[in-house]
Write a protein that binds this ligand. Structure first.
Ligand code: UTP
Length: 227
């Protein structure tokens, strides 16, 4: 049975836009796919994590302390997703990738958040994909693909329909990375995917049709990262 790891951003789970309705529809979309694929879901923290991290930064907490707060929020989101999935999910939030692997159960989704300070849940998704030998990584995020620049800030940004791992790495390997940054994919995650030749599908996580196509390895509106 093919294994699929989905990195689902906090910006998809709890943006504050009919989140309960979205999560119900998400569960309905996932239900038939659980029989065909072993699905692992890594939940992000989104703006709620960033809120705590910003307040903590104002209180001069260290980067690992800020990361720990981010991790707590990702696990709270994982817990919410487990409730939304009900009997479709293993009812424990895995706290590291080995535990996630061990919790694998036919027909059920394994859900987790962050693990340790120093990276984001995209990197966790890439590490988990390597551990379970997933056929692809899906990044369900707040943008509908990888762009040449942030499409929310730059109207001339162009979307890639396909790109290589080297192109993705070049795109995300910019700037200073501390607790709470938001990017199209985590730099470490992009590096792990490149080293292990794992395809990444970057799609709008709220577009359930595109998310489903990505899980099934069909053509997507978003970006496919592959060599
Ligand atoms: P996210 O994975 O949500 O990061 O983790 P992000 O890039 O800010 O989120 P999206 O993709 O825009 O939704 C939130 C924060 O939690 C900490 C980091 O500080 C991260 O920025 N974190 C998360 C860790 O330190 N380790 C982890 O394994 C996961």
């Amino acid at each position: 049975m093919d294994k699929i790891v989905i990195s689902l951003g906090g910006s998809v789970i709890v943006p504050g836009d009919n989140d309960d309705v979205f999560l119900k529809h998400f569960a309905e979309m996932i239900a038939p796919l659980c029989e065909q694929y072993q699905i692992y879901l890594v939940c992000g923290g989104g703006k709620i994590a960033r809120y705590y991290i910003n307040v903590g930064r104002g209180l001069e907490l260290s980067e690992p302390e800020l990361d720990d707060m981010g991790i707590m929020v990702t696990r709270m989101n994982a817990n919410l997703v487990i409730h939304a999935l009900g009997s479709l999910a293993v009812d424990t939030v895995a706290t590291d990738i080995l535990e996630a692997h061990h919790l694998s159960q036919r027909g059920k989704v394994v859900v987790m958040g962050g693990t340790v300070p120093g990276h984001t849940t995209d990197a966790v998704a890439a590490m988990l994909a390597k551990e379970v030998k997933a056929v692809r990584i899906i990044n369900g995020t707040s943008v509908d693909g990888a762009y040449t620049a942030d499409p929310k800030k730059d109207p001339n940004a162009e979307r890639f329909s396909r790109m290589t791992h080297t192109q993705l790495y070049a795109l995300v390997n910019v700037g200073i990375h501390g607790a709470g940054p938001s990017n199209v994919f985590d730099r470490l995650g992009a590096q792990i995917a490149r080293e292990n030749q794992m395809d990444i599908y970057i799609v709008d996580g709220r577009d359930l049709d595109d998310l489903k196509n990505a899980i099934e390895g069909r053509p997507v509106k978003g970006t496919v990262v592959s060599d």
